[in-house]
Ligand binder design. Structure first.
Ligand code: PLP
Length: 376
C-alpha cells in the first residue's frame, strides 16, 4: 500500500510544537486577526522577499481579493491557463470579469509566453486587464517572458502561487514578481495548515491597505466601513500552526526535490515522461507528475497494486460544465487537452520512503515495459 499523501507522518515529526502553538492561542483567548496572524504575515512576506502579506481564509479568496484590489471587475478580462485547478478561473469570475485562456508550454506545463503573445496580437482588446500565471505543480512559470509581455501590453500580473511555496525563478521567490502573489495553505499544499487558509503578498502599500479592507468588511476603524468588503479572514490557530511549519518549509521542499530526483532515476527506462527542471527554476514539486500514453490503464493497474494516484487535472477548465458559458470548443488548446489525458500524479510528500518509491517505480515499469518513450 502506498498512499498518495500521508499528513500524519509530518504531524508526528512536529507534534509537540503543533500542540504548544495551539495551546498558546487557546490560552490567549483571541481567535481572529490577532498577533499570530500579523506575525505570520510578516514572516511569510519576508520569506518571499516582499514587504506585505495579508492572511486570508483560502487560496481562492487570495486570488479573488487580489483581483478586486487590482480594480478588476465586470467588463474586464483576465488571461490565465486552462491547465490548472478551477479556482484560478473561478476567482476571476467572482469579480464579474471573464477568464480567457492560453495554451501551455509542453516542457513546463505552464503558461506559454508565445501563446500569450500571439493571443494578445490577435485580440488586442482594451477589456483585457491582467495576466494570471499559475506556477503549476511547484514549477515557476516563465516569468521573464510573461513580464516582458505584461509590460509591453500594460497588463497587471497576479500570480497563482498556490502550489509553489518557496519555488524560485532566477533566485527570486515566486509570488514576488507580479503586483501581487497568491498562496493557499490548504492542508496538502507544500505549506499547509489544519484547515483552509491563504495569503496575498505584495510590495505595494496601497494594494496592501485595500486587501486588508476587502478581507474584513471594508472596515477602516471599528464599525467604520469605507467600502463593501466581505469576510475572508485567516484565523489565529491556523496562523500559529503555519508559523511553526514555515520554519520547516525549506527542509521539506529539499526532501521533495531529493525524492523527485530519486523517482526520476528509478523511472529511467520506463515508458513514461518525467517532469523536467528548467535552468534557473527552483522546482518545489508540489506534485510529481508523469505522463503516459496509457494513463488510464496505468492508474487502474497501480490501484490494483495498492498504489494511490491522482490526476491533475482530468478536465481542462475551458471544458468544464461550469464554464460552458464561455463557449470554448474542444480542440482550442491542444497541449492542455492532450496532457489532461496523459498526466498522472504519483504518491508524493516529503516523508515518502525509499521503499515506497521503489514499489511505485517497479510497478510502473512492469506496466509500461515496451512502451515507446515519446516526446511532447
Ligand atoms: C489549491 C489551489 C487553489 C485554491 O486554493 P484553496 O485554498 O483551496 O482555495 C488555487 N489555485 C491552485 C493552482 C491551487 O492548487
Amino acid at each position: 500500500m502506498v498512499p498518495f499523501i500521508d499528513l500524519t507522518r509530518q504531524y508526528k515529526e512536529i507534534e509537540n510544537e503543533i500542540l504548544s502553538a495551539t495551546k498558546r492561542v487557546f490560552e490567549r483567548g483571541r481567535f481572529v486577526l490577532g498577533q499570530e496572524v500579523s506575525a505570520f504575515e510578516d514572516e511569510f512576506a519576508c520569506y518571499c522577499g516582499v514587504r506585505f502579506g495579508v492572511g486570508v481564509n483560502s487560496g481562492t479568496d487570495a486570488l479573488y481579493l487580489a483581483l478586486k484590489a487590482a480594480g478588476i471587475g465586470k467588463g474586464d478580462e483576465v488571461i490565465t491557463v486552462a491547465n490548472s485547478f478551477i479556482a484560478s478561473a473561478l476567482a476571476v469570475s467572482f469579480t464579474g470579469a471573464k477568464p480567457l485562456f492560453v495554451d501551455i508550454d509542453p516542457k513546463t506545463y505552464n503558461m506559454d509566453p508565445n501563446a500569450l503573445e500571439s493571443f494578445l496580437k490577435r485580440r488586442k482588446r482594451k477589456t483585457i486587464k491582467a495576466i494570471l500565471p499559475v506556477h503549476l505543480y511547484g514549477l515557476p512559470a516563465d516569468m521573464d517572458g510573461i513580464m516582458d509581455i505584461a509590460n509591453r501590453y500594460d497588463l497587471t500580473i497576479i500570480e497563482d502561487a498556490c502550489q509553489a511555496h518557496g519555488a524560485e525563478y532566477k533566485r527570486k521567490k515566486v509570488g514576488s514578481f507580479g503586483a501581487m502573489g497568491c498562496f493557499s495553505f490548504y492542508p496538502t499544499k507544500n505549506l499547509g495548515g489544519s484547515g483552509d487558509g491563504g495569503m496575498v503578498i505584495t510590495d505595494d502599500k496601497k494594494l496592501y491597505e485595500k486587501l486588508r479592507l476587502f478581507r474584513c468588511y471594508g472596515e477602516k476603524k471599528k464599525y467604520e466601513h469605507i467600502l463593501k468588503g466581505g469576510n475572508s479572514r485567516l484565523d489565529e490557530i491556523q496562523a500559529a500552526l503555519l508559523r511553526v511549519k514555515l520554519r520547516y518549509l525549506d527542509q521539506w521542499n529539499e526532501q521533495r526535490r531529493r525524492k523527485a530526483s530519486i523517482y526520476k532515476k528509478k523511472l529511467e527506462g520506463s515508458g513514461v515522461v518525467c517532469p523536467v527542471e528548467k535552468k534557473g527554476s527552483h522546482h518545489v514539486y508540489h506534485f510529481f507528475v508523469i505522463r503516459s500514453k496509457r494513463r488510464n490503464g496505468l492508474q487502474v493497474f497501480l490501484k490494483g497494486k495498492g498504489i494511490d494516484t491522482l490526476i491533475h487535472y482530468p478536465i481542462p477548465i475551458h471544458l468544464q460544465k461550469a464554464y460552458k458559458d464561455l463557449g470554448y470548443q474542444r480542440g482550442e488548446f491542444p497541449v492542455t487537452e492532450r496532457f489532461s489525458k496523459q498526466v498522472l500524479s504519483l504518491p508524493f510528500f516529503p516523508e515518502l520512503t525509499e521503499s515506497e518509491m521503489d514499489e511505485v517505480a517497479t510497478q510502473i515499469k512492469t506496466f509500461t515495459e515496451g512502451d515507446v518513450i515519446y516526446k511532447p
